[in-house]
Design a binder for this molecule. Structure first.
Ligand SMILES: Cc1ncc(C[n+]2csc(CCOP(=O)(O)OP(=O)(O)O)c2C)c(N)n1
Ligand SMILES: [Mg+2]
Length: 810
């Protein structure tokens, strides 16, 4: 036993020795990468500083060394603090997963990314980061996704991974962190670690005293374990020496600002201060005097988060799956001349400082990019690196076979809204037990019932790791909702925080890639509150996550709810959000076609940058690549047209528009509408058409896809492919030049106004520009000028000839 213990100790020492070498290598390579990008890479005139956060990197090197080279296993996933990107890339470079070329081009075009990116970096980034707070919280939702899969019979059994975030301390100012803590508590969160880089500095300065107490209290309140790593091994040993207790007390009392300032000033300043405050002509003085200035500085810099022994032990000690926050005390700029200075966030070592740093790191000129430069035993270290468990399986990007879609589920309702139709289609998919239904995960921020997911939830149940029955049901109280929670359930009910919704969709929508199992996540949200979760939506799309989000109800059509609930700009969000194909159908047959297409589109994984087929517009529309889908729906019940199923109709709906009323060769007016104002467009067309026969009605199902095709076609033509033409250009090609184009939408008019530029037609864009009102749909359409009268009036005002379509005035 004893012999074994001694051996383990000896091995541990050897391991620590290697870890310290890695830490040194990462510090050097990260700082050098940033230095090269800023000071050495040739610049063009007027170029701004490249930047690169040397100080923020330095505080993370010990934590990342301990984690990646000791603790992590391939099934673990990590969100790395955005401004520690150079450390991440350096580490991957050390392991042969990142190229020197990309490091030399850090923050340059095609180079390693400023913030770790799943989609743009080559070195196996688990979660992109950049917008602080989101990368931290996504780990909790990834863990929930992992638990969801573990409970499903169709998913392969896998070793559970830990979902880990490396967070900055000021990152904890982001409100979404606390929304996430509360949501996690509700869902019995586990296997989640957040390692907080407690360097007590933000971008602008030093954080408030005693923040750690609040952090401990808040995390504790939500069921997290908190492990505080304040002192490194050197400090702990010093505390055991005679006089060590007074040193410990002094450190505990020292304000953050002063600790930072002394750190920046170095060993002599530490000595002067400590001597004046704890010098006792006795043991404390002797403790200080036993150390040179450099040794004293090293001792004072040896906080828990800068000590690989302390970190590895703390990580090893976790023998449970409870969520755990590590409060790792660190020093911003650790090991560099920037250490501790409150202005160091964007600080860069000067060329002179770098030269001195290089000499101190022992890297000889010319060896700067040498992965194992200045290492005494490169072969030994390489062997150690090669057995690091985390890297053993190579890149951890998985895939999952495509789930076939069953074809559109057509409904036979005579009068119905798209929101109700959406719920019915999901319910039909569930009752048909199609393969798609098994993989659908629905989620909603406390608007499940009011967005028509009720029937689906009644059938498929709610997800929880432990079964909980529905008390109302057990008590035989009549209710239309059956809220049964079980591991088999397919709906994740979230609290109201919309950011959590998009993070949940973001995580579940990466399930195929993170866990090798396909999920088809579908979320619902009131359309105006897309804006509330917008950064998380953008984040999910940036990671190329795949999901459907239904924004419903939408627009001023939600009449009696008033301006706070009526979305205006949402269609523009749908158009401008990369990675998200936005649709706003008016009729159920359109919706059926779109949803079936969406379940397939979400699963496509063609290479985004493969050479495009110049003849096929769909390759420009990233149809091979796939993406997420946004459906803007409504509660307004519309009389449905005779069901249309033919291929041309379906293609038109997916490409973004089709002629509801075909224009003739002398077409004078075209009304192009998107979404729920279809009846107004049709009525106006009837009234105008009574006087002037030749009128077209263009049903736009996706201004987003129409616009994307048009932009892509014009790019193609600029590149010399003269025959390139997009769907909207082909649709509008026959229209005579004098034809007036009236566009109408329950949303911002800019969504469709660009149609006038496609062929240079005069356009009158109708829509909503100002906050809504309470009222009836009629009141509001009249008020905002999106009713049939307004369309007719627009035609009158601008088209030449006798007045048309006027109602008789009684
Ligand atoms: C949402 C968002 N707001 C602002 C920023 C700009 N920003 C980047 S880092 C940072 C400060 C981070 O401080 P901390 O989390 O303590 O990390 P440290 O630099 O100390 O390691 C800020 C404000 C951002 N990236 N994202
Ligand atoms: Mg900080």
């Amino acid at each position: 036993m004893i012999g074994g213990g001694v051996k383990a100790e000896a091995m541990m020492d050897e391991k620590t020795r290697f870890l310290k070498q890695i830490e040194r290598r990462l510090l050097w390579l990260a700082c050098w990468t940033v230095h090269n990008a800023n000071h050495l890479r040739p610049k063009e005139d007027g170029d701004v500083k490249v930047g690169g956060h040397q100080a923020s990197c330095a505080s993370m090197v010990s934590i990342m060394t301990a984690l990646y080279f000791h603790t992590l296993r391939p099934e673990d996933r990590v969100a790395v603090k955005p401004h520690a990107s150079p450390v991440f890339h350096a580490m991957q470079y050390l392991m042969g997963n990142q190229t020197r070329e990309k490091l030399e081009n850090f923050r340059g075009f095609g180079g390693a990314q400023s913030y770790p990116s799943r989609t743009k970096d080559i070195d196996d980034v688990d979660f992109s980061t950049g917008s602080v707070g989101l990368g931290v919280a996504i780990t909790a939702f990834a863990s929930m996704t992992q638990d969801y899969l573990a409970a499903k019979p169709w998913a392969a059994r896998r070793t559970e991974g830990r979902m880990i975030a490396l967070a900055g301390d000021a990152e904890l100012d982001e409100g979404n962190i606390y929304e996430c803590l509360q949501e996690g508590w509700k869902h019995d969160l586990r296997n989640t670690w957040w390692i907080i880089d407690y360097n007590r500095q933000s971008l602008d300065g030093v954080v408030r005293e005693g923040l750690w107490k609040r952090i401990e209290a808040i995390f504790g309140a939500f069921g997290w374990d908190v492990v505080r790593l304040k002192h490194g091994a050197l400090q702990r040993a010093a505390f055991e020496e005679p006089g060590g207790a007074s040193l410990r007390d002094w450190i505990d009392r020292c304000p953050n600002q002063l600790y930072s300032a002394l750190t920046f000033q170095g060993g002599a300043a530490w000595r002067e201060r400590l001597m004046s405050e704890i010098g006792d002509q006795g043991p404390a003085t002797a403790l200080l005097e036993r150390r040179s200035d450099d040794e004293l500085a090293a001792l004072m810099n040896n906080l828990g988060g800068q000590c690989v022994e302390t970190l590895t032990r703390a990580f090893d000690a976790i023998d449970h799956d409870r969520p755990t926050a590590f409060l790792a005390y660190t020093i911003k700029g650790w090991g560099t001349p920037l250490a501790g200075h409150k202005d160091n966030h964007s600080g860069l070592m000067t060329k002179a400082q770098m030269a001195e740093f290089q000499a101190r790191m022992g890297v000889v000129a010319g060896d700067e990019w040498e992965p194992l430069a200045a290492v005494e035993d490169p072969a030994g270290l390489r062997a150690f690196l090669d057995q690091a468990p985390f890297f053993a399986k190579g890149t951890r990007r998985y895939s999952s076979p495509r789930i076939p879609t069953p074809g559109p589920v057509f409904l036979d309702d005579g009068v119905q809204s798209t929101q109700a139709g959406f719920g019915k289609i999901l319910d039909r998919l569930a009752s048909s037990k199609s393969a798609v239904a098994e993989r659908i995960l629905t989620t909603s921020p406390d608007v499940t019932v009011s967005t028509n997911l009720g029937a689906w939830v009644n059938r498929q149940g709610l997800f929880a790791r432990d079964t909980q029955s529905d008390t109302f049901r057990d008590e035989h109280i009549p209710s239309t909702q059956k809220w049964q929670f079980s591991p088999q359930g397919q709906h994740i009910e979230l609290g109201i925080a919309e950011t959590n919704l998009f993070l949940m969709l973001g995580a579940a929508g990466l399930s195929h890639s993170l866990f090798g199992e396909r999920l088809l996540p579908v979320g619902t949200v009131y359309d105006p509150f897309v804006a509330r979760g917008l950064d998380a939506l953008n984040y999910a799309c940036y990671m190329d996550s795949r999901f459907i989000i239904a924004g419903t109800p939408s627009g001023v059509t939600l009449a009696p709810e008033g301006g706070a609930h009526q979305s205006i700009g949402a269609p523009l969000i749908g158009m401008s959000q990369d990675g998200l194909a936005a649709f706003e159908p008016a009729y159920l047959d359109e919706l059926s076609v779109i949803m079936d297409w969406a379940f397939d589109y979400m699963q496509r994984d063609g290479e985004g940058d493969r050479p495009v087929d110049l003849e096929d517009e769909r390759t420009w529309l990233r149809d091979e690549t796939g993406g997420a889908v946004y459906l803007r729906l409504s509660t307004r019940a519309l009389e449905q047209p005779m069901r249309r199923e033919d291929a041309a109709f379906r293609q038109g709906v997916i490409d973004g528009a089709y002629w509801l009323r075909q224009p003739g060769p002398n077409c004078e007016v075209v009304i192009a509408y998107q979404g729920v104002v279809a009846p107004e467009a049709i009525e106006a067309a009837g009234r105008i058409g009574g006087d002037r026969r030749d009128i077209g009605v263009l049903a736009v199902t996706s201004a987003d896809r129409l616009n994307a095709g048009w932009q892509a076609a014009s790019r193609m033509r600029k590149r010399g492919h003269r025959s390139a033409a997009s769907h909207i250009e082909r649709l509008m090609a026959p229209l005579p030049a004098h034809c007036l184009l009236i566009t109408v939408i329950d949303g911002h008019p800019a969504t469709l106004s660009w149609l006038g530029s496609v062929k240079g037609h005069r356009a009158v864009p109708l829509g909503v520009e100002h906050f809504g009102q309470t009222g009836t749909i009629g009141d509001l359409y009249r008020h905002f000028g999106i009713d049939a009268d307004a369309i007719v009036a627009a035609a009158n005002e601008l088209s030449h000839g006798r007045p048309i379509g006027l109602r008789a005035i009684s």
